[in-house]
Each structure stands twice: as structure tokens, then as C-alpha cells.
Design a protein around this ligand. Structure first.
Ligand SMILES: [Zn+2]
Length: 397
């Protein structure tokens, strides 16, 4: 049972119940589309007239649309409903240490247009390029874009919209949301990349992840980040900085320095950079070195022994950190995201064996899964920052 937080809870208004029912109907359409009003009534026990009124309001707001007719179970064939997909409503901006991707999507998270450029370490240059693309996409969609979601590889304060610290570029205290919003005239939401991907798994991932109320997303990229989903929402901690497990100490003499400078952090053992360093050490400069982590994964999938071994060693270190999280949080699942998830067929056992060794007998273990978001999880995360707010409960629970 949850203790009421009186700072966040408003006394129940008449509208509260209406808001709750509205979000329930909208989420039935989202998860079960195409679905009829009668099916929603059967599932929810809401009155048919209540559902019809809600559907009418959702249609007027451009969230839901009618799509053909379903099978008749006796009388008239029922009209089916789905999320409206006619137009782009969100822009996602995924800023990563290497490249920045900007894309539009519809309400269901389907990507419509996409463009990318190399991230410039100078924040002014990168933000100018972002603003130019957002303006182009926004103008091309004639007013249908409602907001912009931005994900960043660093410490972010979603409440102020500031990038507090992005280690790769040494960006400090940059009011990213304010700068983009002022230039494009749209609301801008920002978050850390791992939190954004965790949010995308919760709302747009496959059911094996999205049905969990408590899970941890481990994003392996240039660094290692974690997003914690607790009771169906992102857990942020007191100042929004929760989830900095990339810097937990798991050993000494890591193959690379962590983004914080130390050589004992989880990230220094388990990041893409760590895997590339292991490959170079193993191959001793023989043969062409992979130009990127993506190429290393491709080589491993093609059967190259050193590439495979470098990934398996990295997966073992990943497993050490994950086992600490499993012991401490006892989540339903831990989801591994990033390019490394493509190599799941041969890193899975290395991760799981490490976890099984360290999770004590009798303690519940968690399901360990690869990301279910497909290509470009970070971009899907940036888009979710806008889209999830459409479906989430707008009321304090
Ligand atoms: Zn560190």
C-alpha cells in the first residue's frame, strides 16, 4: 500500500474519475487495436454510453479514429477503433556521442521521417543543427507536431530541461530544452538516454517487458547507463540523478578509462569502448580493426573468433553489474539495450552464468532479456518522452 504524498495529491475532483476512465479507454485502443466500443465495454464494465462519449471526445482531440467494421456477433457489424495515425505528432532527437538523429513519429510511435548528422562537441553547433531539422520537420507537417523529446548521454534534469553534465563533450549546465523550445516554438522534454529507452520499453516494448511493473534497462553504448522502472514509472530519485550505476566499482584495471576518468567503474569494463579495446588486445594489431562497435558485432556474427571473444568477455563484466542490480532491487526483469543486443545469441549465456554464480541460492532471480525495441532504441526513447505522456495517467495516484 502506498502512503499518500500530500504534496502531490489533490483532493478528488469530479473530473478525476472522468480522467481515469478516459485514459483506460485510450489505453485499450492503444494495446488492443483494432477494437470495438462493445469489446471495451465488456473488458472494463463501463457503460456503453460512457464509452461512446469518451470515444467521441478522443476522436475530436485527434487521438482515436474509426477503421472499418469488425465481425458481427449477431446484429450490426461493430465499428472498430484504432489510434489515429494520419499524421506525425512527435519529434524525437537522440543526441549520442557519435551522431544525432532527428525523426518524426505518429501517436503509435511509428517513425515517419528521419535525418541524422555527426554530433559536434560544440553544443552551439549541435543545437543549431537540431533546431534546423526540427523546424524543417515541423513546417513540413503543417502544425501537427505537438512537442519535441530529446535524449542525452549524460546527467539531465528533466524538471528544468537542463543538461547538467554530458561527460563525452564536457557540456555543463546547458539549458537545452529552453534553447530548442525558444527557437522552434514547441514544448521540449529532455531526459537521460537510459531513462528514455526504459520509458520506450515500458510503453512501446513487447509484452515480455512492457507487462512488467518493475524492471531495469541497461543501455550499453559508449558508456553504460541504467533506467529504473519502478511501479510502472521511471524512478528518478531526489534530484533526477538515480540510475548512475555505470560508476559502481566492480574491479580494478579496466581495459579503458570510464567517462568519469576512473578505471574501476562498471562502464569501464562493459561499454562498447571496453569491448573494442579487448578486441585490439586479442588481435594484437593483426587484421583490419573494426572501425566501430557496430562493425565489431558484425564481425562476431560472421564468426570472427577474436571479435566473439571480446564480446563474450564484455558480456561477463556486464553480468557482474547486472547481478548486483538483481540482488539489490529484485526486479521482474533486466533488459539489455544497445548494439550489443544484436549479439544476444552468444552473449546471453555469458551474462546469465555470471549472474547465476553471484545471485545467492533462494533469492528470486530476474528474467534477463535483450531490448524489444528493435533498431535505434535511443531514438524510440526520445520519441517516447513525448508519446508516453499522452497515455500515462494525468492524475496523481
Ligand atoms: Zn565512472
Amino acid at each position: 500500500m502506498r502512503r499518500l504524498d500530500l504534496r502531490k495529491t489533490q483532493a478528488a475532483r469530479l473530473n478525476t474519475i472522468r480522467d481515469i476512465n478516459r485514459q483506460i479507454v485510450l489505453n485499450y485502443v492503444r494495446e488492443r487495436e483494432p477494437i470495438s466500443r462493445a469489446e471495451i465495454a465488456r473488458e472494463t464494465n463501463l457503460q456503453r454510453s460512457t464509452i461512446s462519449a469518451i470515444v467521441e471526445a478522443l476522436t475530436a482531440e485527434g487521438l482515436v479514429e474509426e477503421v472499418g467494421e469488425g465481425e458481427s456477433t449477431g446484429g450490426r457489424r461493430p465499428t472498430l477503433l484504432r489510434l489515429r495515425t494520419k499524421e506525425a505528432i512527435a519529434i524525437g532527437v537522440a543526441i549520442t556521442p557519435t551522431c544525432t538523429t532527428v525523426a518524426t513519429s505518429d501517436l503509435a510511435g511509428r517513425i515517419i521521417e528521419q535525418s541524422e548528422f555527426l554530433t559536434n562537441p560544440d553544443p552551439e553547433k549541435t543545437l543549431k543543427a537540431v533546431v534546423d531539422l526540427v523546424r524543417d520537420f515541423s513546417a513540413g507537417n503543417k502544425g501537427s507536431i505537438e512537442a519535441v523529446g530529446v535524449s542525452l548521454p549524460g546527467l539531465v534534469d528533466p524538471a528544468t530541461g537542463n543538461a547538467v553534465y554530458v561527460p563525452y563533450f564536457k557540456w555543463r549546465d546547458i539549458p537545452i530544452a529552453k534553447i530548442i523550445s525558444a527557437a522552434v516554438g514547441l514544448p521540449v522534454v529532455i531526459d537521460n538516454d537510459a531513462n528514455a529507452v526504459a520509458l520506450a520499453e515500458l510503453w512501446f516494448g513487447r509484452p515480455e517487458v512492457s507487462d512488467a511493473r518493475d524492471f531495469i534497462l541497461v543501455l550499453v553504448a559508449e558508456g553504460v547507463g541504467t533506467g529504473i522502472i519502478f511501479d510502472g514509472q521511471v524512478y528518478r530519485g531526489q534530484s533526477g540523478a538515480a540510475g548512475e550505476f555505470g560508476h559502481m566499482v566492480i574491479g580494478t584495471h579496466a581495459p579503458v578509462a570510464c567517462s568519469c576518468g576512473n578505471r574501476d567503474c562498471w562502464e569501464a569494463f562493459s561499454s562498447e569502448r571496453a569491448a573494442l579495446a579487448r578486441y585490439l588486445k586479442r588481435s594484437e594489431g593483426k587484421g583490419p580493426a573494426p572501425a566501430s562497435f557496430r562493425e565489431l558485432v558484425d564481425q562476431a556474427l560472421a564468426g570472427e573468433a577474436n571479435a566473439k571473444a571480446a564480446l563474450v568477455d564484455t558480456a561477463r563484466c556486464l553480468g557482474v553489474g547486472i547481478s548486483n542490480l538483481v540482488v539489490g532491487f529484485s526486479p521482474e526483469a533486466v533488459v539489455v539495450g544497445g548494439e550489443i543486443a544484436r549479439a544476444w545469441s552468444f552473449i546471453e549465456s555469458a551474462i546469465k552464468e555470471t549472474i547465476e554464480r553471484s545471485v545467492r541460492g533462494g533469492l528470486p532471480s530476474a528474467r534477463i532479456l535483450p531490448s524489444t525495441l528493435g533498431e535505434e532504441p535511443v531514438l524510440r526513447g526520445a520519441l517516447s518522452l513525448v508519446l508516453a505522456s499522452k497515455f500515462a495517467a494525468a492524475f496523481a495516484a
